[in-house]
Design a protein around this ligand. Structure first.
Ligand code: HEC
Ligand code: HEC
Length: 279
C-alpha cells in the first residue's frame, strides 16, 4: 500500500516535470522527493493550484457562499467531480472552463492536494484567506470619446451597447488579432422611448469592460490567464467595483482564446469591416 502511494506520487511529479512549461520547477523536485522520505508525506503541490485558490480560498476554505470548500474533501470525490465538470456531465460555466484544461493526472494531483489540507484548520479564521484577483483596468477617460459602437441589443428593458476603442477597431477591421492596447466596453442603459416611439438609450446603469495591456497576464494563474486581458466592472459614475473577483470573468472568457477572448468577436469584425477608418 505504502509503496503504491510513493510510486503514484513519483509518477505525478515526473509527469509534471516532463512538461516543458515546468522546467522552471526543476528546483522543486528535490524538495518534493525529500518530503516523501518524511514520516508524514505531503501531497506534492500540483501545477494549477494557484488558479483554484482565486475562487476556493488560499487554504481551500471558501469565503464565497456559492463556492464550496475543497480542503479535507475526499480525494476520490474531488477527482470524480473534476472529471464530471470536464465532460460537462456536471454543469457550471466556471468549472467547466477550468476542468477542460486538466488531464487525468492533473485532476488526480489536484484532488490529492486539496484533500490533504485540513477541513477544519487549527486557525480557521487565518485559513479563510482570499486569493481573489483584482482588476487593474481603469474606466477609459472621456468615454465614449475614441470608441465606436459595434453592437446594440435590448433585453428585459435593458439596452446594451458594445464599444471598441480605435486599437481594437482597426485590428478587427484588418482581420488581425486584437493587440495590447485594445479595450472593449459594454454599457447597460435603461430603455427610453423617443417622441417617435423608438427605443433609445436612457440613463447608464453600469459598465463592464476588458482591456489588454503589456504584461498584465504575467501575474494571473495559468488556468485563468487570458493572455494580457484584464476585466473590470464599473458603476454609472465610472468607479471600479473592487469587490469583484475577476477570476470569474477570466474563467468564463478563457475558452474563447481563439477569438481574442471576445465572445462578440464576429460582430466586431462585421461592424468594423463595413466602416471607414475610425479616426
Ligand atoms: C472562477 C472561480 C473558480 C475557480 C478558479 C475554480 N473553481 Fe472550482 N468551483 C467554482 C464554483 C463556482 C463551484 C461550484 C459549482 C457548482 O455550483 O456546481 C466550484 C466547484 C468545484 C468542485 C466541486 C466541489 C463539490 O463539493 O462538489 C471542485 C472539485 C472544484 N471546484 C475544484 C476546483 C479546482 C481543483 C480548481 C483549480 C484547478 C478550481 N476548482 C478552480 C469556482 C471556481
Ligand atoms: C458565465 C460566463 C461569463 C462570465 C462569468 C463573464 N462573462 Fe463576459 N461575456 C460572456 C458572454 C457569453 C458574452 C457575450 C454576450 C452576449 O452574447 O450577449 C460576454 C461579453 C462580455 C464583454 C463584451 C465583449 C465580448 O466578450 O463579447 C465584456 C466586456 C465582458 N463580457 C466583460 C466581463 C466581465 C468584466 C466579467 C466579470 C465581471 C465577465 N465578462 C464575466 C460570458 C461571461
Amino acid at each position: 500500500m505504502e509503496s503504491f502511494y510513493v510510486a503514484a506520487k513519483l509518477c505525478r511529479v515526473f509527469s509534471q516535470y516532463a512538461q516543458p512549461s515546468l522546467r522552471a520547477r526543476a528546483a522543486l523536485v528535490p524538495v518534493l522527493l525529500l518530503a516523501f522520505g518524511a514520516a508524514r508525506a505531503q501531497a506534492p503541490t500540483p501545477l494549477y493550484v494557484e488558479a483554484c485558490k482565486a475562487c476556493h480560498g488560499r487554504a481551500g476554505i471558501s469565503l464565497n457562499p456559492t463556492i464550496p470548500n475543497l480542503a479535507g474533501q475526499k480525494p476520490a470525490y474531488l477527482e470524480s467531480q473534476l472529471k464530471a465538470f470536464r465532460s460537462k456531465e456536471r454543469k457550471n460555466d466556471l468549472m467547466n472552463a477550468i476542468a477542460a484544461q486538466l488531464n487525468d493526472a492533473d485532476a488526480r494531483a489536484l484532488a490529492v492536494y486539496w484533500s490533504s489540507l485540513p477541513a477544519v484548520p487549527a486557525d480557521a479564521n487565518g485559513a479563510a484567506v482570499s486569493a481573489a484577483i483584482h482588476s487593474r483596468m481603469d474606466f477609459p477617460r472621456n468615454f465614449p470619446a475614441g470608441f465606436t459602437v459595434y453592437q446594440t441589443l435590448i433585453e428585459d428593458g435593458v439596452m446594451t451597447k458594445r464599444y471598441a476603442n480605435a486599437v481594437a477597431w482597426e485590428a478587427a477591421r484588418g482581420g488581425r488579432e486584437l493587440p495590447t492596447g485594445s479595450v472593449i466596453v459594454q454599457a447597460s442603459y435603461q430603455v427610453q422611448r423617443d417622441a417617435a416611439g423608438k427605443d433609445i438609450a436612457g440613463a447608464v446603469q453600469s459598465y463592464s469592460g476588458m482591456e489588454s495591456r503589456t504584461d498584465w497576464g504575467k501575474d494571473i494563474p495559468l488556468l485563468l490567464r487570458n493572455e494580457n486581458w484584464d476585466y473590470g466592472l464599473f458603476g454609472a459614475d465610472g468607479k471600479r467595483r473592487d469587490e469583484l473577483n475577476e477570476a470569474q470573468c477570466l474563467a468564463c472568457h478563457k475558452p474563447i482564446g481563439n477569438d481574442n477572448y471576445v465572445f462578440t468577436m464576429k460582430e466586431l469584425r462585421q461592424a468594423s469591416a463595413h466602416s471607414h477608418p475610425s479616426s
